[in-house]
Design a protein around this ligand. Structure first.
Ligand code: PMP
Length: 317
């Protein structure tokens, strides 16, 4: 199969969650030929189930497959597999407000290789797990540390795709940060070591007056689906949104900082530490009004509590 092209995936089957058999010589185990996605299904108050922008995950997996030299499921195949998996696990979608069903599609080189080469066969799997709300009692701010020793991505690398190795490479910096009491790491670009990139599993935004800025998608950060959605929500609320280089110095001047991602949705940042200096974003106990407003707008769309005027949700039942 050619990199990124539709693979000849077989029909597939629904099996109970459990271990899978893998060839010890598979591309994924030896050369890291693996991609994943993450999305959520929410239950509405009238008991239907909504997916949030699942085509975007299908398209991102296709972009990733091209970069990792893997064949990819078509958007239609991806969507159908996600829908069937969620419907088969319908009872695990928590009631409205109590969480969601997290959906994890995986694409891997499962065929055997010995010399470095793309695997001859690929496997596409989806598993799901109910998850609680990231913030159990209203939004709570997280504390970040800016990392200047480790980088998450380099130009020309794989930072813009959701490949498994990107996550293995941040584990050490994340562990060190957690041991020091921080929630997570904020990465800088590897060339100038001064522009914000993203956090280990979410994108970053800064607010200054009515201008919301976020690092532009230029090949070293993951193009988050929540990021893209928040930009549209913010524009619709009358904010100015700038996608550009955001210097680490701008953290000193910002009114608010927040992160976006499927897991955290919108997460206010309470403090950022850089080269031993800590900047605090007080707002309302660290939850800025803009972060709160965007969180509420996005979650009400995702849970079907606001009119879906952008056609972002897919109703399953
Ligand atoms: N950056 C990274 C590195 C991530 O792993 C994620 C989670 N997928 C995000 C950003 C946020 O992306 P999304 O909003 O699509 O979940």
């Amino acid at each position: 199969a050619k990199c990124g092209h539709d693979g000849n995936f077989s029909e597939g089957e629904m099996v109970p969650f459990g271990p899978i058999a893998l060839n010890p010589s598979s591309g994924v185990l030896n050369y890291g030929q693996g991609l994943f996605e993450g999305l959520k299904a929410y239950r509405t108050t009238d008991d239907s189930i909504l997916l949030f922008r699942p085509e975007e995950n299908a398209l991102r997996m296709r972009t990733g497959a091209e970069r990792m030299c893997m064949p990819a499921p078509s958007v239609e195949h991806f969507m159908d597999a996600v829908k069937q998996t969620v419907l088969a696990n319908k009872r695990w979608v928590p009631p409205t407000g109590k969480g969601s069903l997290y959906i994890r599609p995986l694409l891997m080189g499962s065929g055997a290789v010995l010399g470095l080469a793309p695997a001859p066969e690929y496997t596409f799997i989806i598993f799901v797990s109910p998850v609680g709300n990231y913030f159990k009692e209203g939004l709570a701010p997280i504390n970040l540390i800016v990392e200047d020793k480790f980088h998450r991505a380099t130009p020309g690398g794989t930072g813009n795709v959701k490949t498994i190795g990107n996550y293995a490479s941040v584990l050490m910096a994340q562990k060190i940060a957690k041991e020091k009491g921080y929630s997570d790491v904020l990465y800088l670009d590897a060339v100038h070591k001064k522009y914000l990139e993203e956090v280990s599993s979410c994108n970053i935004f800064i607010v200054k007056g009515d201008v919301i800025s976020t690092p532009a998608v230029k090949g070293t950060i993951l193009p988050g689906i929540t990021r893209k959605s928040i930009i549209d929500v913010a524009l619709s609320k009358g904010f100015k949104v700038e996608e550009r280089l955001v210097s680490v110095d701008e953290l000193l001047e910002a009114d608010e900082v927040f992160c976006t991602g499927t897991a955290v949705v919108v997460s206010p940042v309470g403090s950022i530490t850089y080269q031993g200096k800590r900047v605090e974003y007080a707002g309302n106990k660290g939850v800025g009004v803009v972060s709160q407003q965007l969180y509420t707008s996005l979650t009400s769309l995702q849970m079907g509590q606001a009119e879906d005027w952008l056609g972002w949700t897919v109703q399953l039942s």
